[in-house]
Design a binder for this molecule. Structure first.
Ligand code: GLP
Length: 243
C-alpha cells in the first residue's frame, strides 16, 4: 500500500488525476471504476482541465460506477448518474454509451444487481478503481459488516451514511434508504485501486482503515490485502497515519 500526501485538497486532487491520466495514456481503451461523493470532484475537474488542453482523450475509455441510489432516476439531481454526467462525462469526449452506473429505477433489486454484474463481467473487469471513503469506512455503499465476497447487491444504508448524504438533498426530501452497490469482491478484483481522502474529519477513519486490523466492520480495511493500492490524501486526512 502506497500513501501519497498532497498539502491540500487541490494538490491531492492533482496527484490523483495524474494517476488516472497515466492509466488512460498507457491504455486508451481502459476500464475506469469511478466514484461519487465530494472528494473526487477536484480530481474530475483536473481531468477536465487536461482534456481541454488537449492532453487527454477519453474517446476509447469505458467506465463503471460504484453505486446508485435505489429509486432515483438518471435525471434526478441527486442521482449518481446525474452527478457523473455533470462532473465528468458531459465535459470530456467520452462515449456516453461506454459509461455505466447501476440502474436506480429498476425496481427488481435482483435484476438490477444481476444486470450490473453482467456488464462488469462483459467488460472484463476494472483496470483502475477510484474510491472515496465513508466516515464509517464504507467504500461504494458497502457498509460495515458486509461480507468481503459480495458482488453487486442492494444495501440498506446506515443512519450515519444517510445523515452524511443529507446535505445533498433539499428541504424535506428524504435521502433514499437503499442503494445498489458494486461489491467488495469486484472492487478487490480491480487491477489498481486509488483511494482519495480529504479533510480532518476523515483522519480517524483513515487510521482505522489503513493502519488497523482488516475487518468487515471497517470495509475499506480489506484494501490492505490488495497488491496495488495507492491512498492519496491531503495533510489533514493523513495526519493520524503519517504523524
Ligand atoms: C457516499 C458514496 C461513497 C463515497 C462516500 C464519501 O456515501 N457512496 O462512494 O466515497 O459517500 O463521500 P465524500 O467524498 O463526500 O466524503
Amino acid at each position: 500500500m502506497k500513501i501519497v500526501c498532497g498539502k491540500d485538497y487541490k494538490e491531492m486532487s492533482r496527484k490523483a488525476a495524474n494517476i488516472i491520466s497515466a492509466q488512460i495514456i498507457l491504455k486508451e481503451n481502459c476500464v475506469l471504476g469511478l466514484a461519487t461523493g465530494s472528494t473526487p470532484i477536484g480530481t474530475y475537474d483536473q481531468l477536465v482541465e487536461w482534456y481541454e488542453k488537449g492532453d487527454l482523450d477519453f474517446s476509447q475509455v469505458s467506465t463503471l460506477n460504484l453505486d446508485e441510489y435505489r429509486g432515483l432516476a438518471a435525471d434526478h439531481p441527486q442521482s449518481y448518474r446525474y452527478f457523473m454526467n455533470n462532473q465528468l462525462f458531459k465535459r470530456v469526449n467520452i462515449d456516453i454509451s461506454r459509461t455505466h452506473v447501476p440502474d436506480g429505477l429498476e425496481p427488481d433489486a435482483d435484476k438490477a444487481c444481476a444486470d450490473y454484474n453482467n456488464i462488469i463481467h462483459e467488460m472484463g473487469g476494472i483496470d483502475l478503481q477510484l474510491l472515496g471513503l465513508g466516515h464509517n469506512g464504507h467504500i461504494g455503499f458497502n457498509e460495515p459488516g458486509i461480507a468481503f465476497e459480495t458482488e453487486t447487491h442492494c444495501v440498506d444504508l446506515t443512519e450515519t451514511t444517510m445523515k452524511a448524504n443529507k446535505r445533498f438533498f433539499e428541504g424535506d426530501e428524504q435521502v433514499p434508504s437503499q442503494a445498489y452497490t458494486m461489491g467488495i469482491k469486484t472492487i478487490m478484483q480491480a487491477k489498481k485501486i486509488l483511494v482519495v481522502v480529504s479533510g480532518e474529519d476523515k483522519a480517524d477513519i483513515v487510521k482505522r482503515a489503513f493502519a488497523g486490523p482488516v475487518t468487515p466492520e471497517v470495509p475499506a480495511s480489506v484494501l490492505q490485502l490488495h497488491n496495488d493500492v495507492t491512498i492519496i490524501g491531503d495533510e489533514a486526512a493523513l495526519s493520524k497515519i503519517l504523524a
